[in-house]
Design a protein around this ligand. Structure first.
Ligand code: ZN
Length: 171
């Protein structure tokens, strides 16, 4: 059943609190019963087992460390726009085709990096042209950074519990 509380999503953290994966409440409860995980944050609804009833887990943490080798997210126009949620980092619009803008222009030595590229609408990109933000008086809504792989994967996903935000580096 899709609407069942057992199918609610549950965020799994590694032993070091790094987000690892997403599972459902049913599988999360199994991990807890097997002694492999603990509840970090509960949902505000309960679930009942044969012998017990407790709040359903929203966030759980594994009690052992899983070593994973992550490949770095490739730097591309597509991933820059995704990181910035297709929002112009200068004026905040979501409308129209988006471009990537070099914060420090190429001709001034600005590099093709996560830290120097932002999503910009065509209007802001044209307005800024080959100048720096100081020269145009434009402001960035936030400082561009290399995204955590997990935050970009789930940027476009609806988060089922606001408590997840701090663990997904969205705050
Ligand atoms: Zn704009």
């Amino acid at each position: 059943m899709v609407g069942s509380p057992l199918n609610k999503l549950c965020l799994v953290l590694n032993q070091n609190y790094e987000p690892l994966s997403i599972t459902n409440v049913k599988r999360a409860v199994c991990l807890i019963y097997l002694g492999k995980a603990e509840i970090i944050e509960p949902y505000n609804f309960g679930i009942r087992t044969i012998s017990n009833s407790f709040n359903a887990p929203s966030i759980l943490r594994l009690l052992y460390f899983i070593r994973i080798k992550r490949t770095n997210l490739p730097l591309s126009k597509h991933n820059i726009l995704k990181r910035d949620k297709y929002i112009c980092q200068y004026c905040g619009t979501k409308n129209g085709p988006m471009t990537t803008d070099h914060v420090i222009p190429k001709k001034l030595g600005g590099k093709y990096t996560w830290e120097n590229l932002v999503c910009a609408c065509v209007r802001c990109n044209n307005k800024k042209g080959g100048r720096t933000i100081e020269q145009t008086g434009m402001k960035l809504s936030r400082c561009p950074k290399r995204p955590h792989f997990f935050s970009i994967v789930h940027n476009l996903m609806k988060i089922p519990d606001p408590k997840w935000r701090q663990y997904l580096f969205l705050e």
